[in-house]
Design a protein around this ligand. Structure first.
Ligand SMILES: *Cc1c(COP(=O)(O)O)cnc(C)c1O
Length: 385
């Protein structure tokens, strides 16, 4: 099979999404599945819809257009403020967009009129993280502007924390969001269909709080795709962290000294810290680099160390493993590595489904994956981790 590639285990993504949907439902919270780290992959989106997400969210119109073409049967949401230059595409591809700018809202209304549609609007409120959001004092006049347009539908309000300044969702800022929602409903005489509390960083707050207030939606990306909490990057209880694996191919494997020789200056991407002299070591180069992935956000197999990376070479100390050219090495990915790998034209995606029989019982790791050609798992690192 081609390398480098991302092996995507759709059953694990489905498991994570289903687990979160079921965990949040008793609190009255629906899940908007955020596919942006996969650039709007229809395969991933289908797994999320099958798991019960109520909507799909993307930050770019290109991703929404992919989802729209796939016909997934749930509302599609643009979770980044539309570019003024893209309002026509946004109205055509998205049922709802997140907004903070009156001028953009006027342009959306005009595009919706031209296209004979009513475009849904969620107004984002600034709660202290200082990324997107209307200041709370400015919310009501903009909400009135939206409510007054026959081509816009004010669906609700939302907030986003923990992305720009690391402000943590807590009872205080979430209560402020609920208060803003009730206040807006009272002064405009309307009922908001949604109060979108935040992203995966809100999950810890939901588990800890006694009252979620008016929050009835969370937009979940990282927790579904990687099973991790963005606040500490640790695994969330009961979720799979291995839905994505980056597979790279060995192009050189040799025993070499652990110390460079010759006068040493700066290296291509900053010199790696000088390692202790351990004599000779098994080293391998895999055909992978900064053009494909964020090398610092990879988890190598046990016993293997990443020594450094440049544009196209990732150098490994393979410990006691002896690799040969052509062997495949599998890496776990963090969010940054996943995003760059998905975006790189050099990295293929392979969507893997377990054998149909495995849906009836827990998947055993040693079960072969149906559509992989025999012999695809080569070398001592080939076992699915
Ligand atoms: C990316 C994004 C999300 C999803 O964030 P995760 O941490 O991946 O769950 C939610 N809301 C907005 C506005 C986003 O941009």
């Amino acid at each position: 099979m081609t390398a480098p590639r991302l092996d995507v285990r759709l059953d694990r993504i489905h498991h994570n999404a289903r687990t979160l949907v079921e965990r949040l439902a008793p609190r009255g919270i629906a899940v908007t599945g955020i596919t942006k780290a996969t650039l709007g992959s229809p395969e991933v989106a289908s797994a999320l819809v099958a798991a019960g997400v109520s909507a799909l969210g993307e930050s770019r119109v290109e991703g929404l257009e992919r989802l729209r073409a796939a016909g997934l049967g749930v509302p599609l949401v643009l979770v980044r403020s539309p570019m003024l230059s893209q309002v026509e595409r946004v109205v055509a591809a998205a049922d709802v967009s997140f907004n903070t700018e009156p001028g953009v809202l006027a342009a959306l209304a005009e595009a919706a009129r031209r296209q004979g549609r009513v475009h849904g609007v969620v107004l984002m409120v600034e709660l202290g993280d200082l990324r997107e959001g209307l200041l709370p004092a400015d919310l009501e006049p903009v909400a009135r502007q939206v409510a007054a347009s026959p081509h816009l539908h004010l669906r609700g309000i939302g907030a986003n924390l923990a992305c720009q300044s690391g402000v943590v969702p807590d009872d205080e800022n979430m209560a402020e969001l609920s208060t803003l929602a009730t206040g807006l409903e009272a002064s405009l005489g309307i009922r908001l269909a949604t109060v979108s509390g935040g992203n995966s960083a809100n999950l810890a707050w939901v588990s800890a709080t006694g009252a979620v207030g008016r929050v009835d939606d969370l937009r979940l990306g990282e927790s579904i795709l990687l099973g991790t909490d963005p606040l500490d990057r640790l695994a969330l209880d009961g979720l799979r962290t291995d839905a994505f694996t980056l597979v790279a191919e060995v192009i050189e494997a040799k025993v070499k000294p652990t110390q460079p020789w010759g006068a040493v200056g700066p290296s291509a991407f900053g010199a790696p810290p000088r390692a202790a002299d351990r004599g000779l070591a098994h080293r391998a180069i895999v055909a992978l680099g900064e053009q494909d992935v964020d090398p610092g956000d990879l988890t190598p197999p046990p016993g293997v160390t990443v020594l450094g990376a440049s544009s196209d070479h990732l150098v490994l100390d393979t410990g006691r493993l002896v690799l040969e050219p052509g062997d495949e090495v599998r890496f776990g990915v963090g969010y940054r590595a996943l995003l760059r790998a998905m975006t790189s034209p050099f990295v293929a995606s392979a969507y893997l489904r377990p054998p149909a029989s495995a849906t009836a019982r827990p998947h055993r790791p040693e079960e072969p994956l149906r559509h992989l050609p025999h012999g695809a798992w080569r070398g001592p690192l080939a076992a699915d981790r």
